[in-house]
Structure formats: structure tokens, C-alpha cells
Design a protein around this ligand. Structure first.
Ligand SMILES: O=C(O)CCC(=O)C(=O)O
Ligand SMILES: [Fe+2]
Length: 246
């Protein structure tokens, strides 16, 4: 954005969580928006997620690589409880699946090379010489992306990204409208919180001590995105390395 009074500097908003403003140029943002449009098409396209309590998320989502979904029971051991001693890879009430079991049942689209390349570069650039000190950052091998679309009024409640076996960093790319991104700590959902504005083109990488921190998006700023992008609302692409067997 031009005319900024204070240029937005890259900064570590919490230990392990690095925000790099304007990481993507307009051409890269355009390319990603186009790609998201293709990924959003059926089969295995954009859907609304119904949460375990029955409420629908206001965000619409499409998954790539593996399908993240609410499951009635753990797909490995069949137990419908948060813990299941003895299950080698327990996952409940959320799990990574091969098909869109909570939608049209189609096989999930593959994890795209475009996001693989971008996410590897993102981790390297975000941590720089500290890469060695962040678990899973050296040789980062992402295999899943969640693409979230926020229309007007959409938000995402506080949550932890927990379904991954690995502690490797999460790479988050924002496109279109700005939002308030809220980051807490890995232990309690009560804060204290750090609220930052994420704008279209911004990169946020959270790994190390921030990897399992509670986070969410309390609101977006409708109409704040660059009109040249031709996107209504906000898109977020969250890339992860699950550590699950191929
Ligand atoms: O939209 C965002 O910036 C956050 C998305 C997120 O936390 C998630 O998909 O798990
Ligand atoms: Fe998340």
C-alpha cells in the first residue's frame, strides 16, 4: 500500500511467530487468487464446515493434499473421545482424510507444487539464520493446505492447529481484505492476546514456541483489499506439514 506513514516492518509478534508484510507482490497475489478459484471448484471444492457442536463455520474452505474435517470417530481406532490410549495416531473430533467425507465424497485435490515452493521459501525467509532452532524448519516439507474464504462478517474462532503429528511451522498467506489476526499462547484460550492486522500479500509463519498457540480471526475489514485483485472478501492459505504417512 502506498502513502504509509510508518512503513510496516517485518517483526516477530510472539516468539516463533514472524510477520512479513507485503511478502507477495501483486502479480503473485493474482496468481494465487486464480489458483484458489480453480481449487474451489467441484469436485472436492469449497464447502462450509460444520463444527462438532453443530454450528456452521462462517468461513468457506477447501483443502488440498489431505482433507481436514470433523469426524464422528477417530479414523484409526474408531474411538469417539479426545484421548484413546493405545491408538498410534489418534485424531478426534478433527482428522485428516483422503476424501471430502463431510461434502461430496470426492478425493481431495493434490497438494500443489506452487504452494510447496512458496511455503519452503516462506519458512527460510521468515527465520533466516535462526532456521536451525525451529523444529521442522530445516528441510520443511509441507503436504497440506487449507484455503479459507471470508465473506463479509465471516470470522474464525480461537483454536489450535493440532491434527499434525509434526511441530513443523505453519505458513499463512493472506489475500484481499485485511483482517485482525489474534494470537494467544499454547496453554490457555484466555490470553493475553496479540492482535495484528494481516493485509493482502502478508506472510505469517508460526513455528517453534508459537506452533501450538491459540489463534483466530475476530474480524475482517470488508472492502479494504486492493481492487486490482478482483477479489471480494479475504482469502487465507494455511500451509502445514502433517508428518502423516504418505
Ligand atoms: O485465516 C487465517 O488467517 C487463519 C486460518 C487458520 O487459523 C486455520 O485455517 O487454521
Ligand atoms: Fe489455525
Amino acid at each position: 500500500m502506498t502513502g504509509e506513514l510508518f512503513p510496516r516492518e517485518r517483526r516477530e509478534i510472539a516468539p516463533g511467530a514472524v510477520l512479513v508484510p507485503d511478502w507477495l507482490d501483486l502479480e503473485q497475489q493474482r496468481e494465487l487468487v486464480e489458483a484458489c478459484r480453480a481449487w474451489a471448484r467441484p469436485p472436492a471444492g469449497l464447502r462450509r464446515v460444520r463444527l462438532p457442536g453443530g454450528a456452521e463455520m462462517s468461513v468457506r474452505q477447501v483443502c488440498l493434499g489431505r482433507h481436514w474435517a470433523v469426524v464422528p470417530r477417530c479414523p484409526v481406532c474408531g474411538v469417539a473421545r479426545k484421548t484413546s490410549p493405545g491408538c498410534p495416531r489418534h485424531s478426534y473430533p478433527y482428522a485428516y482424510l483422503r476424501t471430502v467425507a463431510d461434502g461430496d465424497g470426492a478425493p481431495v485435490k493434490p497438494f500443489p507444487a506452487l504452494l510447496d515452493t512458496l511455503a519452503r521459501r516462506a519458512v527460510t525467509e521468515a527465520y533466516g539464520p535462526r532456521l536451525d532452532g525451529i523444529p521442522g524448519a530445516v528441510g520443511y516439507a509441507p503436504d497440506v493446505a487449507l484455503v479459507n474464504h471470508y465473506g463479509e462478517g465471516a470470522r474464525m474462532g480461537l483454536h489450535q492447529d493440532l491434527e499434525e503429528v509434526l511441530d513443523a511451522p505453519v505458513v499463512s498467506l493472506s489475500l484481499g481484505d485485511s483482517c485482525v489476526f489474534r494470537l494467544g499462547n499454547p496453554v490457555t484460550r484466555t490470553g493475553p492476546f496479540t492482535d495484528v492486522e494481516l493485509r493482502g500479500g502478508d506472510l505469517l509463519v508460526f513455528g517453534g514456541p508459537a506452533r501450538r498457540a491459540y489463534h483466530g480471526v475476530p474480524r475482517t475489514l470488508p472492502g479494504s483489499g486492493d481492487p486490482a485483485l478482483g477479489l471480494t472478501g479475504r482469502l487465507n492459505i494455511t500451509v502445514r506439514s502433517t508428518g502423516l504417512p504418505g
